[in-house]
Design a protein around this ligand. Structure first.
Ligand SMILES: [Zn+2]
Length: 375
């Protein structure tokens, strides 16, 4: 009986309790279990060995990983609730979670910056999957030079309208260039060459909000399934099957996003921090500025003045705040202008964790964007 005693799945328990009533039945069931074990060895092993402990830094990625791990176990989420991935400090409970992990999945040093030091201290570097290193990811450059971050002396003579035209035009062309590159397949190569050069400083030129592109989410799902299959080969088939199913759902989501955002081409918006270009660029929406470049540093008086001047022209349809930050400044910036105020949450902080949380977060984002920006 020692062969079957470790069996803990429901079917196994049912069989064993039945078998206690009569020996002949017990023997028959014993041979059935042994035969079943020989015929389907993986299904028996699956039920016995626990899935690896996987820790995922932020909720959107957690949702994607949860979808890949469905039926095996649930990943752990590191940064919960309204925790801010740009500036979080590791709590002791989070450190012990990282210690237990067989796999830690994060965007990369560009986003969860403070995690890099902790991982070195914890000796966890070897078990990290940096998603920004996935070769098939489409990466966009970080827009460090905010479009309204103008040199006061050179630009002060311009009227608000002139300045807007210049910036809008310039930015529009830039967008178009990027899309052209992507369509021609240049974007990936161009960026993987510096992203895979092993020089970390290059990562800092890349916009880290990679999950807001559904095609990136698709690439992430593939990479996660492959990595999990390596560390947990017994469930490789399950991970790959789950990944394939999630990719189908992502394909549907992509169509929904396109239907919702395509009518918004040319609409101008401002944000609290520049997190959304992966989502908005393909649809030609015009990013007109961000309140902060580094979300942990308040805007300078000069920058706030530039934003206010632009808002007063009436050219900006909507300004999006974020629940992760104190965005009171936006309220004063838009006061007395035509710009509407709405909130976007790029990590879905308020959503329940689960295998469908990525899709829920994206739907929430496109609904908020569309409601605020449509005519
Ligand atoms: Zn961000």
């Amino acid at each position: 009986m020692t062969t079957i005693s470790p069996m803990t799945n429901k079917t196994g328990r049912a069989l064993l309790s039945l078998s206690s009533s009569r020996w002949s039945l017990k023997a028959a069931l014993f041979s059935f279990v042994i035969c079943a074990g020989t015929a389907f060895p993986t299904s028996i092993v699956k039920a016995e060995s626990p899935a690896p402990t996987v820790v995922v830094t932020i909720k959107p990625l957690h949702g994607l990983v949860a979808a890949v791990m469905k039926g095996a176990g649930a990943p752990e989420l590191l940064i919960k609730g309204r925790g801010n991935p740009h500036g979080f400090q590791l709590l002791p409970s989070q450190a012990s979670l990282l210690n237990k992990a067989a796999l830690i999945i994060r965007v990369g040093p560009m986003l969860e910056t403070s995690l890099s030091n902790s991982l070195s201290t914890l000796g966890g570097k070897g078990k990290v999957l940096d998603l920004m290193s996935i070769p098939t990811l489409k990466l966009l450059d970080r827009r460090e030079a905010n479009v309204f971050h103008v040199e006061p002396a050179a630009d002060d003579h311009k009227s608000g309208a002139e300045k807007h035209e210049h910036e809008d035009h310039d930015h529009g062309e830039h967008d178009h260039d990027k899309e052209g590159h992507e369509k021609q397949g240049h974007k990936k190569d161009e960026h993987s060459s510096h992203n895979h050069s092993g020089h970390n400083h290059d990562d800092y030129n890349v916009d880290a909000h990679i999950w807001l592109s559904v095609s990136n989410a698709d690439a992430i799902v593939t990479a996660v399934a492959e990595r999990l299959s390596k560390i947990d080969p017994e469930r490789a088939e399950l991970y790959r099957k789950n990944a394939a199913a999630e990719k189908v759902r992502l394909g549907k989501l992509s169509t929904e996003i396109s239907d919702k955002l395509s009518p918004l081409t040319g609409r101008r918006f401002m944000v609290f921090h520049d997190a959304y270009q992966y989502l908005t660029r393909p649809f030609g929406m015009v990013f007109a500025g961000a309140v902060t470049i580094d979300p942990n540093v308040p805007p300078s008086a000069g920058h706030a003045r530039d934003l206010r001047r632009m808002l007063k022209t009436g050219a900006i349809a909507c300004v999006f705040s974020e629940p992760q930050y104190n965005t009171k400044i936006i309220t004063s910036l838009i006061e007395g202008t035509d710009a509407k105020l709405a909130e976007l949450d790029p990590i879905g902080a308020e959503l329940e964790t689960g295998a469908d949380s990525y899709e829920k977060m994206m739907r929430q984002l496109i609904n908020e964007i569309s409601d605020c920006l449509k005519d």
